[in-house]
Design a protein around this ligand. Structure first.
Ligand code: ZN
Length: 353
């Protein structure tokens, strides 16, 4: 008996028995629709790195390609699997974001630092060429680290510089360059720390990696995924990062229309409304408080200041929004109460054309 194969089969059985039944409707729906992943995730093949797990993504959310050292050969260098995935994801699937994700304790980074260790593997050795420029930069930075006593290690520098280099390579692909020029695609570089589960991100154009904040929860609400998702959504909304909010929102969202009344259904409808709304919401206001009501629903108390594009004050108000989440994504949002104002909708004047 093949012990490993049996272990895999047992995993399939457990999936069919325990996981599948909970999401049967979602899988059935996914089977009948074209996939529409929002993100292409380029990660290392390392068995300890799971793109879906670390981004809490569901079925159909993330298009993934993995290879040794999360590398992207520059266009024309090595046309092959990675180049084809990039082209397909951008040109056909229309992904709106590409992540290049490195990680701690990466075997490929170790091999770059010690080429003799992989000298007996000609294909691996050849593949490593895609990161040689990163090694040169990392060594310069490491010299500075030693002088300044930053405590950073050579492999830490290399891991980051490799991610940044692969982002540069990515932009040499015509599909990526074209979509970025049209503002339809963004990219970011990540480093995932296996031991702590933390992720640091360099957004496009940044050379420094910043930790994704772990949100401090109020007492009694600790560890709530809802809390974190909603706070992340608000933070991105106020930063005008529409795609980053939308990835936190379920495809079949059903949302109160604060602008014109009625309801907004689906991510694309939400995107349109927000683009209108942003012209009047003052991003510097909005202190928020998230709590559970007596029925266990997640409520957000928002203080909004509304301005016209010219800066003219349209009004200030306090509203309560009631959120419903499913599978870690926002499904529904309703205004429960609007103080200082009648009715259930925030009255925001439509922006001037
Ligand atoms: Zn790795």
């Amino acid at each position: 008996m093949d012990v490993v194969l049996e272990q895999l089969k047992n995993g399939v059985r457990r999936f069919r028995k325990e996981v599948y039944p909970k999401h049967a409707a979602m899988y059935a729906q996914a089977a009948n629709e074209l996939q529409r992943p929002h993100t292409l995730f380029i990660a290392c093949a390392d068995s300890r790195v799971d793109p879906n797990e670390i981004t809490s993504s569901g079925v159909g959310d993330v298009f993934v390609t993995r290879n040794i050292g999360n590398m992207v050969p520059a266009y024309g260098e090595m046309l092959g699997g990675v180049s084809a995935v990039v082209e397909f994801a951008v040109s056909f699937l229309g992904v709106r974001h590409i992540v290049v994700c490195g990680h701690s304790d990466c075997g490929a980074m170790k091999a770059l630092l010690d080429p003799a260790a992989v000298a007996s593997m000609p294909t691996v050795t050849s593949w490593m060429k895609n990161a040689h420029a990163a090694l040169a930069v990392a060594d310069k930075l490491y010299e500075r680290d030693l002088e300044e006593g930053t405590g950073r290690t050579r492999i830490e520098e290399l891991t980051e510089q490799n991610v940044l280099l692969q982002l540069q390579h990515l932009k040499t692909h015509p599909s990526v360059a074209g979509a970025m020029a049209l503002g339809e695609l963004t990219v970011s570089g990540w480093v995932y720390d296996i031991g702590s589960g933390s992720v640091r991100i360099a957004e496009d154009g940044q050379r420094e990696f910043t930790p994704v904040e772990t949100i401090q929860l109020e007492e009694g609400e600790g560890g709530s995924l809802e809390h974190e998702v909603i706070l992340a959504a608000y933070r991105n909304f106020n930063a005008r990062k529409i795609d980053e909010v939308l990835v936190l929102v379920h495809e079949n969202v059903d949302w109160s229309n604060g602008l014109a009344g009625g309801r907004i259904k689906g991510r694309e409808a939400l995107r349109k409304i927000w683009l209108l709304q942003w012209t009047s919401l003052d991003p510097t206001s909005e202190p928020i408080r998230i709590y559970k009501d007596e029925e266990g629903r997640t409520v957000v108390l928002v203080h909004q200041i509304l301005r016209e594009r010219g800066g003219l004050l349209l009004g200030e108000q306090q509203i309560e929004e009631v959120f419903t989440l499913r599978d870690g994504l926002i499904v529904r949002m309703d205004f429960r109460r609007v103080t200082q104002q009648e009715g259930g909708n925030v009255d925001i004047a439509p922006p001037r054309a």
